[in-house]
Design a binder for this molecule. Sequence first.
Ligand code: ADP
Ligand code: MG
Length: 261
Amino acid sequence: MKIFAFINQKGGVGKTTVAINLARALSLKNYKILLIDFDPQANAGSGLGIRVNKEESIYQALIEGNCERFFKNPYPNFYVLPSSIDLVGLEVELVDLPEREYLLKKLIEKSTFNGFPLKNFFDFIFIDSPPSLSLITVNILTACEGVIIPLQCEYYALEGLSLLVRTIRGIKKSFNPDLVLFGLVLTMYDKRNRLSYEVAEEAKNHFKWIVFNTLIPRSVRVSEAPSFGKPVIDYEPQNKASLSFIELAEEFLERVKNYSK
Ligand code: ADP
Ligand code: MG
């Protein structure tokens, strides 16, 4: 398993933060990572200090059918295919296209890097997604192999999850038979807050082993880091959240290994 999408139709739950920091943690362990930003908000790029216009973004890559020349390389082993706000228009443009659900899948399959197909060059391909269950999200769920759901440990966190799970099942049936719900990451966990604990317990009751044991704690440093264009792992390496992302990377690798057995 190589291609993972970070999905939750709610905004502000930690999708981009988990995608960036898990990717960064894995790159530090010498895994080659590609992070594809397929959200018009383009936060995965900006959180890494990358800002591009339409002509330099995934939007243009989709038109050209190859993404290699659009890659940015903020850290060793860590490549990013950035997005731009113009992607909002894509939804409308896609509607009448044949095979409109498969555009991202085909882009990943057809693109090369240093002469290799992307799946051969990179150890992992991560896709950051918008806060919706739109055609863009359908493209992401069709292109990926595993879904990782970040869940904010706040009130209403589990609301909407059954719709998300049903959507994943629907895509599996219609477009992507090998799709798996790979994991659920509990984010913004506050151990002083009883609600955080209750949300975590409820998530574990519903989703059992799918929930990663690693809890990502809430820390203001995490929310400061994007304005410096850095993952929190680089902004403050010894921060409790930074350490938790390193731990999550280990748990992630262990789980990938078990899946390939
Ligand atoms: P999404 O991509 O789901 O919209 P983000 O990753 O952008 O969510 O996170 C939403 C906001 O919460 C951002 O401002 C981000 O910096 C902040 N944030 C994310 N994770 C944490 C955390 N563990 N502690 C504190 N703030 C966080
Ligand atoms: Mg985001």
